[in-house]
Structures are given as structure tokens and as C-alpha cells.
Design a protein around this ligand. Structure first.
Ligand code: EPU
Length: 337
């Protein structure tokens, strides 16, 4: 059930070649309970792994990696308007999106092609093109790693924020998210407010909106800007878009009139980190086998064979340069191990 010295290369989308001292792949709740009751789990540092799409390994993991591979898509309740569907935390996110489109369930089409698994979707409140998971999230089941009990978290219990939830803060490291229940609409209810989607639909000559057409537009946009992790190692946005006060924004705008930003609540503005990084001259910079992606400066890439430490050090140099040029503190979005 628990293997030794397992390569993690195919379990992280950066494709970093490190190994785990101990490794187990959980197919169901009983498997998780057996592992967490074992001495190996109790005596070692541990890491719960989903799709491995939001982390960077900078060294071998000297502990036990428990990969969540719990499968299953099950309808719990269905009305004329809605469906409540329970999905295993180990289901690949985009496979679930395609399943919804196929069944005519709406709400996740804007989140097409986001790398990672279902279990991570509430963890960091995944979002793209004007939609966040919190809008379709109903409830989740999580296994408490100390007691083995299943605990339930409703939407309000998750304290969702921008790329944030209770699982990254108050209860960090305490749970494995085993199943997620989403509430999806059976009535058309599409969000094409994000400028790029409207433009893309127009370019594709699509007039009749459907979850499929919106998804196709999102996929086309993502493919034009973001590297495919199955071809070039990456973890999507490496940094978060920083949120600053209106007065900080005003002083940045005085010096940099073209700065890209969006309102983010009262007296707050969210700056486009990709713009800041591009302006600081990093976009497309390549150092041997790693660098900053040429189409989206928020994304760091491993062209093959780079170490996590090299990519981490690059991210530190970017943080320093953004602080120096704009006086803004960027935060990493990916988790560093
Ligand atoms: N921009 C640049 N240069 C760049 C990249 C962006 O100038 O290299 C400017 C452009 O003006 C662009 C604006 O930044 O209009 C926003 O760019 P984009 O629409 O690509 O979005 P983003 O803010 O860079 C965020 C998410 C993405 C998500 C997109 C679309 C974060 C950290 N990233 O990126 O999420 O796909 O919006 O909604 O919030 C991810 O989290 O891994 C991810 C890819």
C-alpha cells in the first residue's frame, strides 16, 4: 500500500524530477484511513497531493506523499433547474468539465482546461474568465487526517477568497478533500462578461451560446496564451495578482499611466501581475532549460530538466525586481516544497 523511493516527475505538472521517500495512491476513503493510521504516516512529514498542478518541488520529499485518486461522478439530486453532483477529489478537473458539458449542466464551462483535480478546486477557489468555483460549489467531504472522520464543509464554511479558502489558512494541512458536491444549472446561464471571451466567440463566428461554445472559446484563449503542461512543464500562474489600496494604485498610475488593474472591492485595486512582470523585462526570458513564458509573464516554465531550485530562484529575482520597480510585493500562487 505504501511504496518507497517513488519518482514524483509524473505527479507534478512542472515535471520536476524529485522523489518521495514514501508514496501511496488512495483510491477510496478506506485506503486514506488505512494510510493515515499507519506508523509511516504518523512518523513522517506528509504531503497530500492532487493533480500536482500548483506546486514546485525544490528538493526530494523526505516524507510520505499521499496522492488523492478517489474517482466517481454521482448525481445526488436533480430538478428541472438544477443538478447536485458529487465528484471524487481525484477526478481530473477538465474531465469533469467535459462531463458537465456533455450532460447539459452549466456553470463550469469558463473553467475549462484548468490543470489539476477536483479536490483542489475548492482549496484555492480556482477561477478564470470571470467565474470562480465558489459560484457552483455546494458542499465538500473531507477526511480529517488525525481522526479519520469525515467532516462536511458548506460554501460559507470554506471562507472563499481570491485563490483562497479555509484549507489554505485555518485548517491548512488538516484534511484530505475526498469528494466535492457542485450545484450546476440546467438552464442557460452563461458568463461572457470577460472581454476576451466575447471577442473569441466573435472570431469563431459563434452566435448560439452554449456551454460547449463558451468552453471552446475558453480553450482557444488558454491555448493561445498558456503553455500545455503535458508539453512544457508549468504550474499556471506562478504569482497572484496583487491587491493594493486605491492610493497606492494612484501613485503607481502617476509613474506608469498604462498600468493594468481592476477594482477589487472598496478602496482596493487588483494589479495585473503579468503586466508588471512584462514591464520589468522578464517576459520570454529563458535561462537554458527554464524561464518566463513568452505569451504570459505570470507563468514560469520548465522546458525539460530544470531543477525546482532554479525556478524558485528565478521567482525570487522576479519578486525583488517588481518590488524595486513598482514598490509592490508579489506573492507566489504555487506552493513550494
Ligand atoms: N498582461 C500583460 N502581460 C502578460 C500577461 C498579462 O500585460 O504577460 C496584462 C494584459 O493587459 C491582460 C491582463 O494582464 O489584459 C490580464 O491578463 P489575463 O487575462 O491573461 O489574466 P491574468 O490576470 O494574467 C488571471 C488568472 C489566470 C486566469 C486568467 C483569466 C491569476 C493569478 N491568474 O491571469 O489563472 O486564467 O486570469 O481569468 O489570477 C492560474 O491561476 O493558474 C491561471 C492561469
Amino acid at each position: 500500500m505504501i511504496a518507497s523511493d517513488v519518482s514524483l516527475k509524473k505527479f507534478n505538472t512542472f515535471g520536476i524530477d524529485v522523489s518521495a521517500k514514501l508514496f501511496s495512491q488512495a483510491e477510496n476513503e478506506d485506503h486514506v484511513r488505512n494510510v493515515i493510521q499507519s506508523n509511516e504516516f504518523k512518523k513522517n512529514s506528509t504531503l497530500i497531493l492532487g493533480g500536482g498542478s500548483n506546486l514546485l518541488f525544490t528538493k526530494d520529499f523526505n516524507g510520505l506523499v499521499l496522492k488523492n485518486h478517489i474517482q466517481g461522478i454521482e448525481i445526488l439530486e436533480e430538478t428541472d433547474d438544477f443538478v447536485f453532483v458529487k465528484v471524487g477529489g481525484g477526478v481530473v478537473w477538465h474531465d469533469f468539465v467535459l462531463h458537465c458539458i456533455d450532460k447539459g449542466w452549466n456553470g463550469v464551462e469558463n473553467l475549462s482546461l484548468i490543470p489539476g483535480n477536483v479536490g483542489a478546486s475548492p482549496m484555492q477557489n480556482i477561477g478564470a474568465y470571470g467565474v470562480e468555483i465558489k459560484e457552483v460549489f455546494h458542499e465538500l467531504e473531507a477526511i480529517h487526517l488525525k481522526s479519520g472522520e469525515i467532516h462536511y464543509f458548506r460554501n460559507e464554511d470554506c471562507c472563499f477568497g481570491y485563490r483562497d479558502s479555509v484549507f489554505k489558512n485555518k485548517v491548512k494541512g488538516e484534511y484530505l478533500i475526498s469528494r466535492v458536491i457542485y450545484k450546476l444549472s440546467k438552464k442557460p446561464n452563461y458568463n461572457i462578461s470577460y472581454g476576451a471571451i466575447e471577442k473569441q466567440l466573435e472570431n469563431m463566428g459563434i452566435k448560439d451560446l452554449s456551454a460547449k461554445s463558451v468552453s471552446d472559446a475558453v480553450i482557444a484563449i488558454r491555448q493561445s496564451k498558456l503553455p500545455d503542461p503535458s508539453k512544457i512543464g508549468n504550474s499556471g500562474s506562478f504569482f497572484k495578482n496583487p491587491i493594493v489600496t486605491q492610493s497606492t494604485f494612484d501613485s503607481i498610475k502617476l509613474k506608469f499611466p498604462n498600468v493594468v488593474a481592476y477594482p477589487a472591492g472598496e478602496d482596493l485595486m487588483k494589479l495585473a501581475a503579468g503586466w508588471l512582470i512584462e514591464q520589468a523585462g522578464w517576459k520570454g526570458k529563458t535561462y537554458g532549460n527554464y524561464g518566463v513564458h513568452k505569451n504570459q509573464a505570470l507563468v514560469l516554465v520548465n522546458y525539460g530538466g530544470a531543477s525546482g531550485k532554479e525556478i524558485y530562484d528565478l521567482s525570487s529575482r522576479i519578486l525583488d525586481s517588481i518590488k524595486e520597480k513598482f514598490g509592490v510585493n508579489l506573492e507566489r500562487e504555487v506552493n513550494i516544497y
